[in-house]
Design a protein around this ligand. Structure first.
Ligand code: HEM
Length: 467
């Protein structure tokens, strides 16, 4: 497919024609729909950086036929527009994403309805149920590493295998193997289809929607079947997401439960897989960091796989994970919030319909918050955390990621385990490697491989650790 190049920014004085109707908006470039599409789908983060340099920490992308989109990377503005504002505005999602998780899913709810679902989802995503997943992470990694005995695989695929199996475990508890593999397969196929359409903006979406719908229907049937099994034995006590949702107050109907589970399944593995893959690559490139991490892990009285909760609390490992999420811009922008009515703000006028985007990547590249921001340096986070408005890997305000605790726990425990697996090595992790767009996340290219030279030693390590 031929890509339309995204225009490089003009100096601010030559700002490309903000329209009269948009006179009060922050300055910014005017893009054609094709250019906007290219910019969104290629996630040319360096272009965002160019625009921020040319227009400042609030800039507007103007496009004919689309709402103006304002990227915000000034911490003060983030605080006032997103954190202090407790009203949840509508979020814009892509056509295909909406199709998969449903128009009534959390990212598209506003106001009280949004607050209610957030309240419902909070308990199963809190520390206790999240920590209870620790031993399963270890088991899942052992299973997935076993696939490497046939030869190297793309790192991102291996990371997906791990995080997908974990979210399926978190969602449904222990499943018979056949059921688990069915669920994993359906989710993989849905994700592959959903992110296929980096196609030109004028492509007819109908055929793809048909294929997506077929898989989504099958997965919804799966959720319905699991709910029925749960209802057939009301006395059982479980700790999975489905159980929490099915027994919550006020009671949720089947359709609502299905929607929540679909949202968590989809939002809860792709992002963590990208973070894990990027993190492994950074550790590969920084042996000094790896050495310090190993020394910290060695200082634990229990071996890592035996006590994931202790591992997840290690300060240097925590600093590494925080820096991976900052450096990798795993999700480079928060959900675009749609301004519900004309808003006069700080000398600007945002007309109703304007989309406000927390520009996570740009905040994380600010030299005033992170000197030499391109450098990977976990020491930045050792002993202190930057202010909430200056560190946003999980977004901010009322839409801040509800899975943050699970994601951080998963990243820390999986990295610790993988970094100590004997014989595990990356192929093609050279310094110039660029991340790629994959839906809303940035991800490592499939040319980056992972190999296990001595697969049996990975299993031995675990067996020894458990002894
Ligand atoms: C490293 C992993 C992850 C990253 C970097 C990440 C990042 C984000 C970001 C940036 C947002 C948008 C927040 C905003 O616009 O202010 C978000 C929203 C969301 N995330 Fe995550 N996420 C991760 C893992 C997870 C997990 C594990 C789950 C579920 C188990 C999850 C579920 C969600 C949901 C449901 C939303 C929508 C929230 C709403 O609209 O209220 N995410 N995430």
């Amino acid at each position: 497919m031929t890509k339309t190049p995204t225009p490089r920014p003009q100096p601010a004085s030559a700002a490309t024609c903000p329209r009269r109707a948009h006179a009060g908006l922050p300055a910014g470039p005017h893009l054609t729909p094709a250019e906007l599409h290219t910019m969104e789908n290629d996630r040319l983060l360096s272009t965002w950086e160019d625009y921020a340099r040319a227009y400042g920490p609030l800039f507007t992308l103007h496009t004919d036929g689309a709402a103006p989109r304002v990227y915000v990377s000034d911490p003060q503005a983030i605080r006032r527009l997103f954190i202090a504002n407790r009203t949840t505005w509508g979020a814009r999602g892509t056509l295909y994403f909406r199709r998969v998780i449903g128009a009534q899913a959390l990212p598209y709810l506003t106001g009280d309805a949004h607050r209610e679902v957030r309240r419902l989802l909070a308990p199963p995503l809190h520390s206790k149920p999240v920590r209870a997943l620790g031993p399963h992470i270890d088991d899942i990694i052992t299973t997935v590493l076993d696939t490497l005995r046939h030869g190297p695989r793309p790192l991102i695929k291996v990371a997906h295998d791990i995080t997908l199996r974990l979210i399926v475990r978190a969602a449904f508890g222990p499943l018979p193997e056949e059921r688990r593999e069915l669920c994993v397969r359906l989710l993989t196929e849905i994700m592959d289809l959903m992110y296929e359409p980096a196609a030109a903006p004028d492509t007819d979406p109908a055929p793809l929607i048909q294929r997506i719908d077929a898989h989504v229907n099958r997965l919804q049937l799966f959720v319905r079947e699991e709910s029925a099994l749960l209802r057939a034995d009301p006395a059982q006590q479980r700790d999975d997401l489905l159980f929490h949702l099915a027994t919550s107050e006020p009671a949720q109907n089947d359709e609502q439960i299905r929607g929540h589970i679909m949202t968590l399944l989809i939002a809860g593995h792709d992002t963590t897989a990208s973070a894990l893959a990027w993190g492994m690559r950074l550790l590969e490139l920084h042996p000094d960091v790896r050495r310090l991490l190993h020394a910290e892990l060695d200082s634990l009285s229990t071996a890592p796989p035996n006590d994931p909760a202790a591992v997840a609390q290690l300060p240097y490992l925590g600093a590494i994970c925080a820096e991976i999420l900052r450096h990798g811009s795993v999700v480079p922008a928060g959900l675009a919030r749609i301004v519900p009515e004309d808003l006069d703000w700080d000398g600007h006028r945002f007309p109703a319909g304007t989309e406000l985007v927390p520009a996570i990547h740009l905040v994380h590249r600010r030299g005033d918050l992170y000197p030499d921001p391109e450098r990977f340096d976990p020491q930045r986070f050792l002993g202190h955390r930057p202010p909430a408005a200056g560190y946003l890997p999980f977004g901010t305000g009322t839409r801040r990621c509800p899975g943050a605790e699970l994601a951080e726990f998963e990243l820390a425990t999986a990295l610790a385990r993988l970094s100590r697996t004997p014989g595990l090595r990356l192929i093609g992790a050279e310094p110039g490697l660029r991340t790629l767009k994959n839906g809303p996340t940035m991800t490592t290219p499939t040319s980056l491989l992972v190999a296990l030279d001595a697969p049996s030693s990975a299993r031995t390590q675990r067996g020894d650790d458990r002894a």
